[in-house]
Design a protein around this ligand. Structure first.
Ligand code: PLP
Length: 400
């Protein structure tokens, strides 16, 4: 940062990450020298083919899978759509019941809602106040018509990490395919698809310091699933479309780096996160942590501040150079409270005042100090404008 330049503190790593320098370096030759279409037969095509094989092996190693169980897609949303629609359409004769949860990403929820319109029945499992799914509730929801269980590995808003191995074991016991959206989990928790009984798993490179526009769907060998994208014979005839070679190379390199030292990475990020969290709690009254105190992603903080409206908080933080997220999204002019926070039992008015800060490799102690200085000022300025807060101070109004 040069003198006079405004400081930017990026604390929205769950939304997306920058591309690591060594990932970018690995990608660049595949835009320029090695641009061949892998479906062609000349030597340039061979270079591209080899690069895809390497990336497939890197992704497989990170997941404990076989390389021929890894399929490249265009993003996490495509992987989720493929897993859910692909299993539903391939197994529609067996049954029409799908089990998921109330806190999934929209890539899963909206896909299930789409299938519901086509006659599939969807059970949305509840979660507890921390966002955890209860394995006994899952087992109770299974019927002889259940053809898919899809439960996210770690939640993108509140960071709660689900008991995936236990949930996977229940699915396996009942011989039902088990899909997990691990878009937020990879690089933060060790994943082993075999040991954890996972049949399908979605990833997206831009969440682990890889490029945007490339993802993975892991499909266990022998899983009955329809194609989603029809066309050419790429990805062993399962996912058409000329391969995004540079993106795939970037995903391979990024996943290798992101899973090389998960413990070391977590230790550093968790230390920054915990200092930020305890500082916020000490400095700002009427603040509540959302999500589980321990079973959460190492970089995730999600806090609700009473008497505050999340979008205003974000705009004011942005004025100070701080990039963050809120649980409420302004869609078509009305503020929609987060379906995740509501599922944890948080009242609508408090869920509107939620702030998500997600730390990552770019963050430093100086960033934490800066947010600890600026955030309390923003919250107190907003509260001074809130009639509810004034009422609270004067003892006249009590928000439940
Ligand atoms: N699933 C989860 C849990 C996510 O957090 C996201 C992105 O935020 C997605 C799926 C969608 O991934 P993509 O943006 O690559 O489509």
């Amino acid at each position: 940062m040069s003198m006079g330049e405004k400081r930017t503190v990026y604390m929205d790593h769950s939304a997306t990450t920058y591309v690591r320098k060594d990932v970018l370096d690995a990608m660049i030759p595949y835009f320029t020298e090695h641009f061949g279409n892998p479906s062609s037969i000349y030597h340039l095509a061979g270079d591209s083919k080899k690069a895809i094989d390497t990336a497939r092996a890197q992704a497989a190693k990170a997941l404990g899978a076989e390389p021929d169980e890894v399929y490249f897609t265009s993003c996490g949303s495509e992987s989720d759509n493929w897993a859910i629609k692909g299993i539903a359409y391939a197994n529609g004769k067996k049954g029409n019941h799908i089990i998921t949860t109330k806190i999934e990403h929209h890539a899963v929820i909206h896909t299930c809602e789409y299938l519901a319109k086509e006659g599939f029945e969807i059970t949305y499992l509840p979660v507890d106040k921390y966002g955890l799914v209860d394995p006994t509730e899952l087992e109770r929801a299974i019927t002889d018509k259940t053809i898919l269980i899809t439960i996210m590995y770690a939640n993108n808003e509140i960071g709660t990490i689900e008991p995936i191995a236990e949930l996977g074991a229940i699915a396996r016991k009942h011989r039902i395919p088990f899909h997990t959206d691990a878009v937020q989990a990879i690089g933060n928790v060790p994943i082993d698809v075999k040991a954890q009984n996972i049949d399908l798993l979605s990833l997206s490179a831009h969440k682990f310091y890889g490029p945007k526009g490339v993802g993975v769907l892991y499909i266990r060998k022998g899983t009955k699933i329809d194609n989603l994208i029809h066309g050419g014979g790429q990805e062993r005839r399962r996912r058409a479309g000329t391969e995004n070679i540079a993106g795939i190379v970037g995903l391979g390199k990024a996943i290798e780096l992101a899973t090389a030292d998960i413990e070391g990475h977590n230790k550093r990020i968790r230390a920054l996160r915990d200092r930020l969290l305890s500082g916020i709690m000490a400095k700002i009254p009427h603040a509540y942590l959302n999500g589980h105190p321990e079973k959460r992603l190492p970089g995730n903080i999600n806090i609700s501040f009473e008497f505050i409206e999340g979008e205003s908080m974000l705009l004011w933080l942005d004025d100070e150079g701080i990039c963050a997220s809120t649980g409420s999204a302004c869609t078509s002019g009305s503020l929609e409270p987060s379906h995740v926070l509501l599922a944890t039992g948080l009242p609508v008015e408090i869920s509107h005042g939620s702030l998500r800060l997600t730390l990552g490799d770019a963050n430093t102690d100086a960033d934490v100090d800066f947010v600890l200085e600026e955030l309390p000022k923003v919250v107190s300025r907003l509260r001074e404008m809130s009639p509810l807060y004034k009422g609270k101070k004067e003892g006249g109004c009590n928000v439940q």
